[in-house]
Design a protein around this ligand. Structure first.
Ligand SMILES: Nc1ncnc2c1ncn2[C@@H]1O[C@H](COP(=O)(O)OP(=O)(O)OP(=O)(O)O)[C@@H](O)[C@H]1O
Ligand SMILES: [Mg+2]
Length: 265
């Protein structure tokens, strides 16, 4: 795992984990992201906030090109992942997906065992039985699920609670050892206790991973975000540190959304 970056005064600024410059995305004629430019620092949590339909999922899905397969989906502009162009430097999409893992709003476990779910993304790697067991344990521990399932790794994943299934999805994403973890409303379909567990997990994971997370829960963003981006109608209204975005110095539109949970854009 890479070490934390120190930024010395006078030294060049560290390369952001993710950088978008004038990025636009369309579904057919519908332009849903409009000249978006943003920067996501490494090993931190960046929350994407904004009203429904503002383009948050489209933005996050563009970071590992999961929308590429959609007919009519087109993009324009630059997306860099650790300085590499997401569009041209990753001809091998599996290399991009290995770097940029994704977890969706609704836990999507496969109809196989807990262990097989964890190993799904590495199924083509030649791993010994011992290496597989070690990877299953490490990934489940990192996703704070090991305690719950260590005695039933061969049980069907579908038998887990929804909160556990979401942590299993996080474990499956971690097993591929990505640098970046994209979470699209990871707590939207779980109960408040499981949501807090996942929040605690996210705060722990940011020591080793760059996390970009979509959430509708403004208070959740206030608890877990190091940085926040406020998106409205496909445009970035404001981005900055959590302290800035939740302060009086933020733009009035940002304040209205974050404080009153109302969008007047
Ligand atoms: N597969 C698709 N085909 C056509 N239009 C789409 C598709 N997916 C999303 N859109 C449209 O793109 C716009 C942005 O959608 P997106 O899902 O990115 O918004 P969002 O901010 O994630 O919303 P929510 O908070 O409701 O999840 C919306 O107008 C939506 O209808
Ligand atoms: Mg969405």
């Amino acid at each position: 795992m890479t070490q934390p970056q120190l930024h010395l005064v006078g030294a060049p600024a560290p390369i952001p984990a993710i950088e978008l410059r004038n990025f636009s995305a369309c579904y057919g004629d519908l332009r849903v992201l409009k000249d978006v430019s943003l920067s996501v620092p490494a090993r931190s949590v960046t929350c994407l906030l904004g009203p429904s339909g503002s383009g948050k999922s489209t933005l996050i899905r563009s970071l590992n090109r999961i929308n590429d397969a959609l007919p009519g989906f087109t993009t324009n502009g630059q997306v860099d992942i650790h300085g590499e162009c997401c569009m041209t430097d990753f001809n091998d999409i599996t290399r991009l997906r290995a770097k940029v893992g994704m977890v969706f709003q609704t836990p999507c476990v496969f109809p196989c065992s807990i262990a097989q779910n964890v190993l799904f993304g590495v199924r083509n790697r030649k791993l010994s039985k011992i290496e597989k067991s070690a990877l299953v344990e490490k990934s489940l521990r990192s996703a704070a699920l090991w305690q719950d399932v260590s005695d039933r790794l061969d049980a069907p994943a579908g038998a887990l609670s929804v909160g556990q299934q979401q942590r299993l999805c996080i474990a499956r994403a971690l097993a591929v050892t990505p640098d970046i973890l994209l979470l699209d409303e990871p707590t939207a379909s779980v109960d408040p206790v499981s949501a807090r567990n996942i929040e605690a997990l996210i705060s722990e994971l940011k020591k080793d991973y760059t996390i970009v997370m979509v959430t509708h829960d403004v208070r959740q963003a206030g608890r877990v975000a190091d940085h926040a981006i406020f998106l409205c109608d496909g445009e970035i209204i404001e981005q900055g540190t959590r302290d800035h975005m939740f302060s009086k110095a933020a733009l009035p539109k940002t304040r209205t959304y974050l404080l009153e949970e109302f969008c007047d854009c």
